[in-house]
Design a protein around this ligand. Structure first.
Ligand code: XUL
Ligand code: MN
Length: 345
């Protein structure tokens, strides 16, 4: 089988300015045009968007105005030779989403979340993509007794069904994350995402996006999550990054915390043929807070470099030697084989 040529993607939010809960920005913001040109210059192929990345201040604008601005963005992307990979409704920022979007206890707020998500589908269509990502940020609770899990599951299915009906071509990718900002989220893993897909009116149009850090936060191995999702043909997008254990969501450069796990993720992508049906490798990474403006792009460039180095490592992995050790159940030396391969010994 010929080798996959990977294509890369990042979002405008991946040029973050360094703000954290304990301190303000440490870098000046860059304009959207600067980010677009920077991604092009780095050799990236696509950009991913939140609805309000595509159309800023979206809640203050009429539907007609939103679509007009989406069309202008499409022209800008076409001119730059950058594709829109996907669009995601930002359902965690507005006052209406304080208690969640689709699972909020207030009907008016649930309606807001649904209307905003339907509008995201319309924006995606203008931008030329059928892919919507649902990171269900606040679909969960701080206080478990404040919502019923059973009712929330039903509300989530209802919302997915409404979106599937709104655009009969669109595909919905659920991006699970077990916590942050919530104490517990309702769809914490890929297993949950793929299971809820089965309850919808069009299970074949509901898939998933795996983010490495989110899998780690769920105590899972991202490579296993990739293998599992791809066994269903449901891994339609990917946020590679890294995460140093059970902490706040770190969005470190790919391979930064656990190189062996990054290697195993790349091996899983390779063995399942990720990218062969047009899927992109996106990096949901952020510069460290200490990073200076002149190094604004390093985390993206470095993540891609690491990814490509690991693709080379996956392809040069001594498979026959590994198979012989596996046949002999000599996992002790298999372990060392992997370590020495990664070390280049
Ligand atoms: C949050 C996260 C988001 C989604 C898109 O942890 O990863 O940026 O990827 O909404
Ligand atoms: Mn993400």
């Amino acid at each position: 089988m010929s080798k996959t040529t990977y294509r890369f993607c990042a979002g405008p939010w991946n040029f973050s300015e360094g703000r954290d809960p304990y301190g303000p920005e440490t870098r000046l913001p860059q304009s959207f045009d600067w980010k677009l040109a920077a991604l092009k210059q780095l050799g990236f192929d696509a950009m991913m968007f939140h609805d309000d990345d595509a159309v800023p201040d979206i809640d203050t604008k009429s539907s007609a105005q939103v679509l007009k601005e989406a069309k202008a963005l499409r022209r800008k992307l076409d001119d730059a030779g950058i594709v829109a990979e996907l669009v995601a409704p930002r359902l965690w920022f507005a006052p209406q989403t304080v208690d969640g979007g689709f699972t909020s206890n207030r009907a008016a707020d649930r309606r807001y979340a649904l209307d905003r998500s339907k509008q995201t589908l319309d924006i995606a269509r203008v931008l030329g993509t059928d892919l919507i990502v649902l990171w269900l940020a606040r679909e969960g609770t701080y206080v478990r007794e404040s919502k019923s899990g059973a009712r929330s599951t039903a509300l989530l299915v209802e919302a997915l069904d409404a979106l599937l009906a709104h655009d009969r071509q669109a595909r919905l990718c659920i991006e699970p994350k077990p916590n942050e900002p919530m104490d517990h989220a309702y769809l914490p893993t890929i297993g949950h995402a793929l299971a809820i897909a089965q309850l919808t009116r069009a299970p074949q149009r509901v898939g998933c996006l795996i983010e490495s850090a989110h899998s780690v936060l769920a105590g899972l191995d991202p490579a296993d999550e990739i293998d599992f999702a791809m066994a269903f043909g449901k891994l339609w997008s990917l946020h590679l990054n890294d995460q140093n254990g059970l902490k706040y969501d770190q969005d470190k450069p790919f391979g930064s915390a656990n190189l062996r796990s990054a290697f195993n993720q790349v091996c899983a992508l390779e063995r399942n043929g990720y990218g062969r049906r047009g899927e992109y490798v996106a990096f949901d990474v952020h510069p460290f807070r200490t990073t200076r403006e002149e190094h604004y792009l390093r985390h993206l460039d470095n993540s891609r470099k690491t990814f490509l180095h690991l693709v080379a490592k996956a392809r040069s992995y001594p498979k026959q030697q590994a198979a012989a050790l596996i046949a002999d159940r000599n996992y002790q030396d298999l372990d060392q084989l992997v370590i020495e391969h990664l070390l280049g010994c």
